[in-house]
Design a binder for this molecule. Structure first.
Ligand code: ZN
Length: 307
């Protein structure tokens, strides 16, 4: 994440982690969908999918325009760049009501997608598309918002005064936003139900299962690691026990006495009588790192039971 001026810029992959840490203090039950119309892929000076225009210039430019309209800050809470990066408006944090759809902003979050997605305009780049889908899935999860066209709403489904039309109706809708070719299909409710909505649902499923899988995988790895430790230590202790028992008559040098006592106390060896120097050294070494600590043995035993 990079913060500069009035925005924080995140990679799409950073968004969920960032969002998880946010505390939401207002009720949000609607996620608005907008395209910026301008800036768009032309003003961003796209060459082979890469924007030549400075990203901060683009973001600050929007804010300056919004301020010139008498708004208190950037209109939207979140902006999705053409390359999929996500900008957070610092002067319109998630807890601030946005200026997205006149008369219909209370309880809403405003997301602006950079581009002009009207017919004949820009074709949304794959990275941006993916980021848009991921962003709405993360927001739906965090804010517990149902993924449907009553809660993820296009600007075009409202009149200019903010009355709910529930669909794009030419002549009645305030705007075509997010574009008559948005998501490669259109700005109608049925287009959303065909394209964006199922994509978000699929992404949410992937996020949930992905997290689960990752945790499962980590746990499995951890278990395998500990299993190996238990096995190798068990073997080492058995080998030591054998060696210690071979010449069990003689008293060990006093230097090894404490280690042997500790090992015997937890049942790792059965006698403290030994004269095998390498065996004694190994026992002392194991003792030095705390292998014969009763708490460690208990830990190993409890783990073995779990496995
Ligand atoms: Zn709009």
């Amino acid at each position: 994440m990079i913060t500069k001026g009035n925005f924080s810029l995140l990679e799409s992959s950073e968004f969920k982690g960032w969002l998880d840490k946010q505390t939401i203090t207002r009720k949000i039950d609607k996620l608005q969908v907008h395209h910026t119309a301008a800036p768009n892929y032309s003003t961003r000076q796209m060459i082979n999918g890469v924007a030549k225009q400075d990203v901060w210039k683009c973001l600050e430019g929007m804010r300056t325009y919004h301020l010139s309209q008498g708004w208190s800050g950037t209109g939207q809470n979140i902006t999705v760049l053409e390359d999929g990066r996500i900008a957070i408006s610092l002067d319109r944090d998630l807890n601030k009501t946005p200026a997205g759809i006149k008369g219909a902003n209370t309880g809403a979050l405003c997301i602006e997608i950079i581009g002009n997605f009207d017919q004949g305009g820009d074709t949304m780049a794959a990275d941006q598309k993916q980021s848009v889908v991921h962003l709405y899935a993360c927001l739906a999860l965090k804010l517990n918002i149902p993924i449907d066209t009553s809660h993820i709403v296009y600007h075009a489904w409202y009149t200019a005064s903010g009355a709910w039309l529930g669909d794009y109706e030419k002549g009645k809708s305030s705007k075509t936003c997010p574009g008559t070719n948005f998501f490669g299909d259109g700005n109608t409710r049925s287009a959303a139900e065909r394209g964006l909505i199922p994509s978000i649902k699929k992404e949410l499923k992937r996020i949930k299962e992905g997290d689960g899988d990752l945790m499962g995988l980590e746990e499995k790895k951890q278990i395998e690691k500990l299993k190996a430790i238990v096995k190798s230590q068990g073997e080492a202790i058995q080998a030591l026990q054998k060696r210690v028992n071979i010449n069990g008559d003689q008293l060990p040098p006093t230097a090894y006495h404490n280690a042997l006592e500790a090992a015997k106390a937890v049942g790792a060896i059965t006698t403290t009588k030994d004269k095998d120097q390498s065996g004694l050294k190994t026992i002392q070494m194991l003792n030095n790192i705390g292998i014969f600590e009763p708490s460690f043995i208990e830990y190993l035993k409890s783990f073995k039971r779990k496995v």
